[in-house]
Design a protein around this ligand. Structure first.
Ligand code: PGA
Length: 254
C-alpha cells in the first residue's frame, strides 16, 4: 500500500520567537509546491502559537514536543493537551528518547500522555528506539516490542488513526550516524508487524512510521524509499530551511 509521506521537524530547545517566526515563514514560502507530503513543525512551547499564526493559511501543521496528562492543576512548569490545542497545534511528540533519557519518561507515562493527547483531539507522534548498548547486545527487537506494546496498551483501532510512530535509534540521534536504510527498514517492518498483531492488518497497513536520527538531505531519499518508511522526524537538519526543504522535496518525489 502506498502511503503519502509525513515529514516533521523537531526543533527541540532551539529558536527564540523571532527566529521561530522567520524559520516558519521561510518553510511556508518555499513549500507551496508540496502537495502530497504532510509537513509538521514542532517548535518549543514558547513559539507554538506564533508558528501556528505564521502557517495557518497553509497546509503545514504544528506540533508540540511533549505534554502532561492531567487536564489542569497544581503542576508547576507543565502544559496540558488542551493548552497545546489552544495554541493551534494539531500534533504532539510523545516519548522522545531525550524525554526518556533526561526526564524519566517510561512506557507507562508515554501511554498516559498518548491517551491524554488523543482525548483532547491531538494527534500523537510516538517515539521508540533502542540505545547503542541495546543494539550491540542484540536486544533491539525485544526493546522495540516492549516500547510498542506497552506504550500503545489500551488504545483502540480508532485511536490508532491519530497516531504516527517514529523509530529513532538513540545512537543515531544528533550523532551524525544514521541507521542504514536496511537497518531502519528491518525495524520498521517489525513495528508494522507488532501493530498488525495488536490492532489488525487494516490499522497496520495505514499507520505511518517515520524514521528519525541524523536524517539530512544527503540520506533522505534512500531512507524514505524503503517500503515501510513513511516519513522522517528530523532534528538538526530542520533548523534551517536550506536543509529541511530538500528532505521534504525528496519525500514528495517518491
Ligand atoms: P537528529 O534528531 O535529526 O538531530 O538526529 C532527530 C530527533 O531527535 O528527532
Amino acid at each position: 500500500m502506498k502511503r503519502n509521506k509525513v515529514i516533521a521537524g523537531n526543533w527541540k530547545m532551539y529558536k527564540n520567537n523571532s527566529e521561530a517566526q522567520q524559520l516558519a515563514n521561510q518553510i511556508k514560502i518555499r513549500s507551496t509546491e508540496i502537495k502530497k507530503t504532510e509537513i509538521i513543525l514542532c517548535p518549543p512551547f514558547s513559539a507554538l502559537a506564533l508558528v501556528h499564526e505564521q502557517v495557518k493559511d497553509s497546509s503545514i501543521a504544528v506540533g508540540a514536543q511533549n505534554l502532561y496528562w492531567e487536564k489542569e492543576g497544581a503542576f508547576t512548569g507543565e502544559i496540558s493537551a488542551g493548552m497545546i490545542k489552544s495554541c493551534g497545534a494539531a500534533y504532539v511528540i510523545i516519548g522522545h528518547s531525550e524525554r526518556r533519557q533526561y526526564f524519566g519518561e517510561t512506557d507507562a507515562t508515554v501511554n498516559k500522555r498518548i491517551k491524554a493527547a488523543l482525548a483532547e483531539g491531538l494527534k500523537a507522534i510516538v517515539c521508540v528506539g533502542e540505545s547503542l548498548d541495546q543494539r550491540e547486545s542484540g536486544v533491539t527487537a525485544k526493546v522495540i516490542e516492549t516500547q510498542v506494546t506497552a506504550g500503545l496498551e489500551g488504545l483502540s483501532k480508532d485511536d490508532m488513526k491519530n497516531l504516527i510512530i517514529a523509530y529513532e535509534p538513540v545512537w543515531a540521534i544528533g550523532t551524525g550516524k544514521t541507521a542504514t536504510p536496511e537497518q531502519a527498514q528491518e525495524v520498521h517492518a517489525q513495528i508494522r508487524g507488532l501493530i498488525d498483531a495488536q490492532f489488525g492488518s487494516d490499522v497496520a497497513e495505514k499507520i505511518k512510521i517515520q524514521y528519525g536520527g541524523s536524517v539530512k538531505p544527503e540520506n533522505a531519499e534512500t531512507l524514505l524509499s524503503q517500503p515501510d518508511i513513511d516519513g522522517a522526524l528530523v532534528g538538526g537538519a530542520c533548523l534551517k530551511a536550506e536543509t529541511f526543504l530538500p528532505i521534504i522535496q525528496a519525500a514528495e518525489l517518491l
